[in-house]
Design a protein around this ligand. Sequence first.
Ligand code: PXL
Length: 273
Amino acid sequence: MRVLAINDVSCVGKCSLTVSLPIISACGIECSVLPTAFLSTHTGGFTGYTFRDLTDDIPNILNHWETLGLKFEYICSGYLGSIAQIELVADIKKRFLADGGKFIVDPVMGDNGKLYAGFTPEYVEKMRELCREADYILPNVTEACYLADIPYPLTQENAAEALNRLKKLCKQPIVTGILEDDDIFVHYVDENGKACQYAHENVEGFFHGAGDVFTSAFIGCLARGKSEATAIKLASDFVAASIRRTAIEVEDKRYGLNFEAETFAFLQALNEE
Ligand code: PXL
């Protein structure tokens, strides 16, 4: 069993591969990586960061993997720095996804109602195409609004409409971070096409990297053979516990979640399910 995580390496500020690798490995699953870019920090709230685009390295990496006959049971993509990289990921799915494997797209594009630095409407359109190839997509509210072409933000009322539109792109969308009163919901479509939700009490504030922790834990749980609903519950509980801890312990939220301290409890829950 092998997972391939396609994402950037942000050296500081826990997100993308510095989150996926430890969490998927902790689940007992081998995690191979394909770095899309190399940054001194992530781009959310830091200024002056360095950014090295690794697009030109990717074709040779893929050619080498092909000589090894590698296939991956799960391929998941995250932060992709350009339209060219979205096209490369679609190609990676064709060449490297094992028969019966799952392709998971976290359409990392924005937060708080805005696209991240460097992302354009053309990029959003291309990301829609990639979502059409996916077994699961995991947009946050901002990304769901862009993909579904619905005004930001989502509420309990328009979330059902967003999910219906996203279903036209991908059979099983999972939208995170929908606020309603004091709670925060995940809305998702199960394997029978039924709309479902799972909620936690919301913690005020913005917690960088929470989406990456959720996606990584979700994939780790799926790869351990859990159902979509169980994987969503375990990943949500893990993120919620990490956020509660981070709210108290971490002053500068740009540096990401203290998920490490909650990993043992997450794995205990995973083993007991
Ligand atoms: O967590 C999402 C993310 C991933 N990678 C990079 C980012 C961000 C969000 O800001 O900047 C480089």
